[in-house]
Design a protein around this ligand. Structure first.
Ligand SMILES: [Zn+2]
Length: 304
């Protein structure tokens, strides 16, 4: 049994008195645009050992995090910018230490992101890459796919993120349908910031460096792991000052803005993912204060 399970028993559920917990769920906000972020909260009438929330058909779900006491659990839910608009069901499941489960459901309304079409001109080798680069592009793809799989289970951030560079935000760039040199290409899953070449790029929140290298399309690339499957990515960097595994504080400079890879000119491309959902990173600037959970930190130090 986990320590949380022991705590749950201490909280008043005696063996032989095992019943399903009564759960209620809340979403903040309950209406969100494609690419938005929702804080899901689950409240139980008995301390839970485990809770998760799933969106639509995602059976695995997102593990929720207990607020000390075990009766309230929270999770960030990302709404992928290319996911369908309309009503989506969020399903919650909570399990008490003796094994009984309770469920709850809540409807999330997803509004259209109203994404623009952008027509851009880039060097032709970034629209039709030469045969000689195909192997490298495939290897880049595999490296990035590995990053998403090897996340830190513990949350590092504890409140709103900072803007990573001091520059104007091109709000319309997020989610835009891109036509490169006249050819329709996949939608733009990031946000472009109009920064000048050489400007320092700073960690928007505490993070571990999960990837730091030069990739074909994204040029100088850094991916930061903020824990619990929240990642932010930085493309087209002219210089990278960190190595994989390095831990960054919020506000710490780790790279310089550039125009490497498939870029029309110097700018910072900033993107973010929550449990695989590609979200507008601007939403991270409005996260609630979310203190790190001392119960979980204790659990980790005991298990090491
Ligand atoms: Zn971009």
């Amino acid at each position: 049994m986990t320590l949380l399970g022991v705590l749950a028993l201490a909280g008043g559920i005696a063996a032989g008195d095992c019943r399903a917990p009564r759960l209620s769920a809340a979403l903040s906000p309950a209406t969100v645009r494609q690419g938005g972020i929702v804080v899901a909260t689950l409240t139980s009438d008995a301390p839970l050992d485990e809770a998760r929330v799933s969106v639509g058909d995602d059976a695995a779900g997102i593990p929720m995090e207990p607020v000390p006491g075990g009766r309230r659990w929270r999770a960030l839910v990302g709404v992928d910018f290319e996911g369908p608009a309309g009503k989506r069901a969020l399903r919650f499941e909570g399990r008490v230490a003796c094994g009984e489960k309770g469920t709850a459901a809540r409807a999330l309304v997803v509004r259209s992101g109203k994404f623009k079409v952008e027509r851009l001109r880039v060097a032709p080798e970034y629209v039709e890459p030469p045969e000689s680069e195909k192997e490298r592009i495939e290897s880049d793809r595999e490296k990035v796919a590995l990053v998403w799989k090897s996340f830190d289970p513990e949350r590092r951030w504890s409140g709103p993120f900072l803007l990573p560079v001091d520059a104007p935000v091109r709000r319309e760039s997020f989610g835009s349908r891109r036509v490169l040199n006249g050819e329709p290409r996949s939608a733009h899953s990031g946000l472009d910031l109009a920064a000048a070449s050489g400007q320092p790029v700073r960690a928007p929140a505490p993070a571990r460096v999960a990837l730091a290298e030069d990739l074909y399309f994204s040029g100088g690339t850094v991916i930061l792991d903020h824990g619990e499957r929240l990642f932010t990515s930085y493309f087209h960097l002219s210089r990278i000052d960190v190595k994989v595994g390095q831990i960054l504080e919020a506000g710490e400079a780790f790279a310089a803005v550039g125009a490497t890879g498939r870029a029309t000119g110097p700018h910072l491309h900033w993107s973010a993912k929550i449990a695989g959902a590609r979200i507008n990173p601007l939403g991270l600037l409005e996260l609630p204060k979310w203190p790190l959970n001392p119960t979980l930190l204790n659990l980790t130090s005991q298990s090491q």
